[in-house]
Design a protein around this ligand. Structure first.
Ligand code: ADP
Ligand code: MG
Length: 467
């Protein structure tokens, strides 16, 4: 067995025990540098990967290799070494955030062509830059976001060189936008002259359409292809938008070729984005994919504590724990509860007690509709998730891109709303109850083996429960 064959075999083993994203991220560019006297030296692309492998995967690597070697291994060590040509280190130059209290960086604006300013729903803050609330310093790290956080920091320390692009994904309200913007702030803190552009995918799309319509395609390209750091939020909205995908592809290439850092967020991993060109999927997987999952109780309490302090309040850990229990899967929802509590404290001018907070939380809960999500909103959420038109979704077509989401809705109506089969059929454009039965069975069976479906349903449910 050559060292290469050995490593391939070990990788095959490791792949089985890791998520696709983690595997790709950490093992893609690894290889065996040497194997002598039962000592293995692994080549890794950078110090960040080295630290991560040592800390998180050392044991798994050891076991995988040992299983293949006849004699006991003495050691496995890691060394930063690439077989590829390293991209040049680039120097950063210009950008801004706006009025803000946390940062002391001088504020400079990048020049945005005037047509942006005239566009209907232009939000300057969002278009040019960053929200002054989102920093690394007020981002709480826990199990669910550890990887995404570490990767974001690594990228801020060495933009354009560590992972390009960095692709952060996870359900709503889990801190993707926060991290994305923290990267922007951090890079600006180091060099206030860096051109940073934060933009939502929707904004990019609208600007592009607008630019083409008004004969300003060149200005559009000049703007996007000349930034040092492109932070694009909610990239899943590229789904099905052919021309915008094409433009984004070119933007991506232009930036990437110059080692300009690109950071993207999405509510799901690249492969799970429907109607996205393969060449984009593969580019998104070039760098690092890092997922964010729901925070555990401890992390939720820490987040609440930070948010309280930011607002000048101090609540006991007991009270924070009570609030943290109300929203398990979503930080935005937690903040919502906290805001209501602040409003209450202010209005009543009282010192909150555990009892009064418990009562308050119960009253919020009975007022919210998360348990009583309607069939209509469920359909809306699924349609939005798959970027489909509701009329098509409820229509007659049996195209797979419509039929499958339709079956998911039926399944969720059954599971979440406990609707009867005839009622489900009725709600979905007057279909027969046997169609609904079949759909529920099918999704249930597929859930056992289909990871992607599982993830989709989790994401959808998360959105259902935020409402
Ligand atoms: P997403 O973009 O994933 O939907 P956001 O970044 O908008 O989520 O986060 C929603 C809210 O939750 C924001 O106010 C953000 O500051 C807060 N939040 C999420 N995760 C954390 C965290 N780990 N630490 C501090 N605040 C967080
Ligand atoms: Mg977001």
């Amino acid at each position: 067995m050559t060292t290469q064959e050995l490593w391939q075999a070990a990788l095959g083993d490791l792949e089985l025990s890791l998520s696709k994203a983690n595997f790709t991220t950490w093992f893609k560019q690894t290889f065996i540098i040497s194997f002598q006297n039962n000592e293995v030296v692994l080549g890794v692309p950078n110090t960040f990967t080295k630290a991560w492998l040592e800390k998180k995967y050392h044991k798994a690597i050891l076991v995988a290799l040992q299983n293949l070697c006849p004699e006991p291994l003495k050691s496995v060590n890691y060394r930063v070494e690439t077989r590829q040509h390293e991209p040049e280190v680039i120097v950063f130059s210009v950008k801004q955030p706006e009025t803000q209290t946390h940062s002391t960086t001088p504020v400079q604006s990048i020049s945005v062509p005037s047509y942006y300013q005239q566009a209907p729903q232009v939000d300057q803050t969002q278009h040019q830059g960053l929200n002054p609330r989102y920093f690394f310093s007020n981002f709480i790290v826990g199990k669910g976001n550890e990887l995404a956080h570490a990767a974001s920091q690594a990228v801020s320390q060495n933009p354009g060189n560590v992972y390009n692009p960095l692709f952060l994904y996870g359900g709503v309200g889990l801190g993707k936008t926060h991290l994305l913007q923290a990267i922007g702030h951090e890079i600006l803190k180091k060099n206030s002259a860096t051109q940073v552009l934060y933009v939502t995918c929707e904004r990019f799309t609208n600007d592009f359409i607008h630019a083409v319509k008004n004969g300003k395609a060149k200005e559009f390209k000049d703007l996007y292809r000349n930034v040092d750091l492109l932070l694009m939020d909610d990239i899943q909205f590229l789904s099905g938008k052919k021309e915008t995908q094409e433009e984004f592809f070119n933007t991506f290439n232009a930036l990437h070729q110059q080692s300009r850092q690109i950071v993207l967020t999405s509510d799901r991993q690249p492969r799970a984005i429907t109607d996205l060109e393969d060449r984009l999927i593969s580019r998104f997987e070039w760098g690092m994919l890092a997922d964010i999952s729901s925070p555990d109780l401890e992390t939720r309490i820490a987040i609440l504590d930070t948010k309280c302090r930011e607002r000048g309040y101090h609540l006991s850990t007991e009270i924070l724990a009570e609030i943290a229990k109300t929203a398990q899967s979503n930080v935005r929802e937690l903040e919502g509860a906290l805001n209501k509590i602040f409003a209450f404290i202010q209005l009543q001018n009282i010192t909150p007690t555990l009892e009064s907070i418990k009562q308050l939380l119960t009253s919020f809960n009975s007022g919210t509709s998360s348990k009583f999500v309607s069939a209509k909103s469920l359909i809306e959420i699924v349609a939005r998730y798959f970027d489909l038109n509701i009329v098509d979704l409820l229509g007659k077509s049996r195209e797979k891109r419509l039929a499958f989401p339709r079956q998911i809705i039926m399944f969720l109506m059954r599971e979440e709303l406990k609707s009867s089969f005839p009622a489900i059929g009725q709600e979905l454009g007057g279909r027969d109850h046997t169609t609904a039965m079949h759909a529920c069975d099918k999704i249930k069976t597929e859930l056992v083996t289909n990871e992607r479906l599982k993830r989709d349903i989790e994401n959808i449910l998360q959105q259902v429960h935020v409402r």
